[in-house]
Design a protein around this ligand. Structure first.
Ligand SMILES: *[C@@H]1O[C@H](CO)[C@@H](O)[C@H](O)[C@H]1NC(C)=O
Ligand SMILES: *[C@@H]1O[C@H](CO)[C@@H](O)[C@H](O)[C@H]1NC(C)=O
Ligand SMILES: *[C@@H]1O[C@H](CO)[C@@H](O)[C@H](O)[C@H]1NC(C)=O
Ligand SMILES: *[C@@H]1O[C@H](CO)[C@@H](O)[C@H](O)[C@H]1NC(C)=O
Length: 195
């Protein structure tokens, strides 16, 4: 059956939002995902405040097999819009968007939801639905590792770590990603980054 432009777009979006790379960490990796509290800064572990987290962020740097830079996906211009869930105080939303595809590409929007836990900065993320490319990659631990605190107390950058173990312990970690987001799309050394 011929696929319209809109149909291709939905296939591409479904693929991008759920794409999987096998052997995400080929060597020197732990056998299983670290505990979420173990990877957090002392500040985040004790003082992370969700109300200071909301807003629009740009993904400045990442290791993430769901966002391949190579053709034909050519992921770029990643943006993360973090907001409270309109109907559920135990969840928050991340409308994550990026440009993907050959040529000028298209804008793909991934509607991500995260369960809020009692631990500051410790979340369980959800990809919406299953996909042919990537069955079962639906629940992923998402941890805020560290944040930059602006003068008014809101966060101007956030470093997040996502990890999912394989159901089969012998196969180790199934997915691991590191995402660095900043409120500014362009940042300079004066922005006081941690490196
Ligand atoms: C976690 O979030 C998902 C949606 O993303 C929702 O279906 C589920 O009920 C949430 N779990 C809890 C315990 O709130
Ligand atoms: C997905 O989950 C089903 C049921 O738990 C399991 O049989 C299947 O092997 C899983 N597939 C992958 C790729 O993990
Ligand atoms: C952003 O956060 C850093 C802390 O890493 C801080 O030094 C800097 O002044 C902040 N920048 C702005 C514009 O608030
Ligand atoms: C806090 O400061 C940042 C930049 O320093 C600004 O973009 C943001 O709008 C401020 N937020 C509030 C609630 O004042």
């Amino acid at each position: 059956m011929p696929c319209s432009a809109r149909c291709w777009q939905s296939i591409l979006v479904a693929a991008v939002c759920t794409l999987l790379a096998k052997a995400d960490c080929p060597e020197d990796c732990p056998a299983r995902c670290p505990g979420q509290l173990e990877v957090q800064s002392a500040f985040v572990r004790s003082q992370f405040d969700l109300s200071k987290f909301w807003g629009v962020y740009y993904e400045i740097a990442y290791h993430d097999s769901t966002q391949p830079r190579r053709w034909p996906i050519k992921a770029s211009c990643q943006r993360s819009v973090k907001a409270p869930h309109p109907a559920d105080p135990k969840n928050y939303k991340d409308l994550f968007s990026l440009n993907v595809g050959p040529g000028r590409g298209i804008n793909a929007v991934c509607d991500l939801e995260f369960n809020i836990t009692d631990q500051p900065g410790v979340f369980l993320g959800h990809w919406s639905g299953h996909s042919f490319f990537n069955p079962n990659l639906t629940d992923i631990a998402n941890t805020v590792v560290d944040v930059g605190v602006a003068a008014n107390g809101t966060y101007n950058w956030t470093l997040e770590f996502q990890c999912k173990n394989d159901n089969d312990p012998a196969r180790g970690i199934r997915f691991a990603a590191v995402n660095f987001y900043h409120k500014n799309p362009l940042i300079s050394e004066e922005d006081g980054l941690p490196w």
